[in-house]
Design a protein around this ligand. Structure first.
Ligand code: ITT
Length: 196
């Protein structure tokens, strides 16, 4: 199956390329096409934004497309940054600016209150069929300081107590076994099978 990856995020693209390879799907990058409209991520939920990304691309290219909307929910911040994770430190903030802002916001918050989760909602949109939606989460704790250089986004400050490592200290293979995106991908496959 050839599926367009409806994302401009290079970190996501890398992960999808391996997740798709496991299924025998071929992920096609958005960069292969011209004129695909930019998606305005104005939804209040991950699901609304993922649906918008997948539908925009699938409709424009008349090909199956997967949209991913994801982010970090921090309990001490009542679930923020949530759908605003990509622009937490401002409209065009870098990953490092975003996680530095998060560490600043959580300064002085004790370890037990630094719980958080990554959430990923995936939508597979295929011309002529109903979109399929799936989600995944990964529980962790916001570290006091960054560690590791793998992955992307908030990975350097997302600590996994069971492993004693941050997400950015895991190999790409290991992240792809335990991440919110990997869980969402497994759930997406199960949903596709159910819908026949
Ligand atoms: P597209 O909309 O083009 O897919 P984006 O980067 O804008 O790219 P989102 O709107 O879904 O994607 O924002 C996701 C935010 O959550 C962004 O700040 C990411 O760095 C962060 N994020 C998502 N998955 C992550 C992961 O696996 N590890 C670390 N951070 C992650």
């Amino acid at each position: 199956k050839r599926v367009v990856l409806a994302t401009r995020n290079k970190g996501k693209v890398k992960e999808f390329n391996s997740l798709f390879a496991e299924l025998g799907w071929e992920g096609v990058s958005l960069d292969a096409f011209e004129g695909v409209p930019e998606v305005v991520e104005d939804g209040d939920t991950f699901e609304a934004n993922a649906l918008k990304k997948a539908m925009t691309v699938a409709t424009y290219l008349n090909m199956p497309a997967v949209g991913d909307d994801s982010g970090l929910e921090v309990d001490a911040l009542e679930g923020r940054p949530g759908v605003y994770s990509a622009r937490y430190a401002g409209e065009h903030a870098s990953d490092e600016q975003n996680w530095r802002k998060l560490l600043d916001e959580l300064r002085g918050v004790p370890a037990q209150q630094r719980t958080a989760r990554f959430r990923c909602v995936l939508v597979l949109a295929e011309p002529g069929s109903d979109p399929v939606v799936a989600q995944g989460t990964c529980e962790g704790v916001i570290a006091e300081a960054p560690q590791g250089t793998n992955g992307f986004g908030y990975d350097p400050v997302f600590y996994l107590p069971d492993k004693g490592l941050t997400m950015a200290q895991l190999s790409p293979e290991e992240k792809n076994r335990i991440s919110h995106r990997a869980m969402a991908m497994r759930n997406l496959l199960a949903a596709i099978k159910r819908q026949g």
